[in-house]
Design a protein around this ligand. Structure first.
Ligand code: ZN
Length: 260
């Protein structure tokens, strides 16, 4: 079964077979997404994806529990754009640590930190190891920004030519938002913006490394967009959403079999 933590009766939570259970903790962001997308984009995408996932997936004999979503994440790179909210790394670290303590005290032994915002990734990878060591549970990080998660789909769907075409408020996120919450999107205000020019003479320093920068969004974009949202469509978004649900299903299936 797949269930949301908030909907489970305490007594039933206690009775769940913890050996056959995985808790997902969704972590997202509230931050500027250009002139055409709402600040809740990362939150809305993750929430919508997990709702669809819960409806469509079952994992017979297993329990997949979706914990309370953290809507605000670590977004200090976007400060200076109205509407952005952020925790400091320390605060977010403590919040995830304290929620993990509660998850462990409820008897669970396996945790999947489920992320929709690239600015959270470093912290999640770092804390996953700390939680593993502190609580002796299995901790995993699911992240789609710095992994191969979307690669297969983007091979056929991506139309952006810039290497930064799918980065922030981009073809991917805009398509997903057109599928999930079109009433919050204003395509008439959309601009494409990518920092190709800024890095054209560099061999090493870029947003993709191998030399990373502690960049702020304002360093690389005027509009707040890093990508080509003009290539986005709702139809593409539907495909992306279904792809993500299926892929996440495969990931969870594998995790339910795997242990370390
Ligand atoms: Zn985003």
């Amino acid at each position: 079964m797949v269930a949301f933590w908030k909907n489970i009766i305490s007594e039933d939570m206690e009775k769940l077979n913890k050996e056959e259970s995985l808790v997902m903790l969704p972590i997202s962001a509230i931050e500027q997404h250009g002139h055409h997308l709402p600040v809740g984009t990362d939150s809305i995408i993750l929430e919508g994806l997990l709702e669809k996932f819960a409806k469509e997936k079952e994992f017979p004999g297993k329990n997949v529990i979706i914990g309370p979503q953290l809507f605000v994440g670590k977004s200090n790179e976007h400060m200076g754009f109205a509407g952005t909210m952020t925790y400091t790394a320390k605060t977010l670290y403590d919040m995830i640590d304290e929620l993990t303590d509660c998850i462990v005290k409820s008897g669970f032994k396996r945790l999947l930190l489920t992320n929709s915002h690239g600015g959270n990734t470093d912290l999640l990878n770092l804390i996953s190891r700390d939680l593993r060591i502190k609580y002796g549970i299995d901790v995993y990080v699911f992240d789609w920004w710095f992994t191969s998660f979307w690669q297969e789909l983007l091979k056929t769907e991506k139309e952006s030519e810039s290497p930064y075409g799918v980065f922030h408020a981009c073809e991917l996120e805009t398509s997903l938002m057109l599928a999930l919450a079109p009433q919050t999107v204003d395509m008439s205000r959309l601009v494409d913006e990518t920092p190709d020019k800024m890095f054209e003479d560099n061999e090493y320093v870029s947003l993709y490394g191998p030399v990373n920068m502690g960049w702020k969004t304002r360093d690389v974009t005027e509009s707040g967009v890093i990508g080509t949202p003009s290539k986005a469509t709702g139809e593409k978004g539907e495909k992306m959403l279904q792809y993500a649900v299926e892929k996440l299903g495969e990931i969870v299936t594998e995790l339910l079999k795997f242990g370390y």
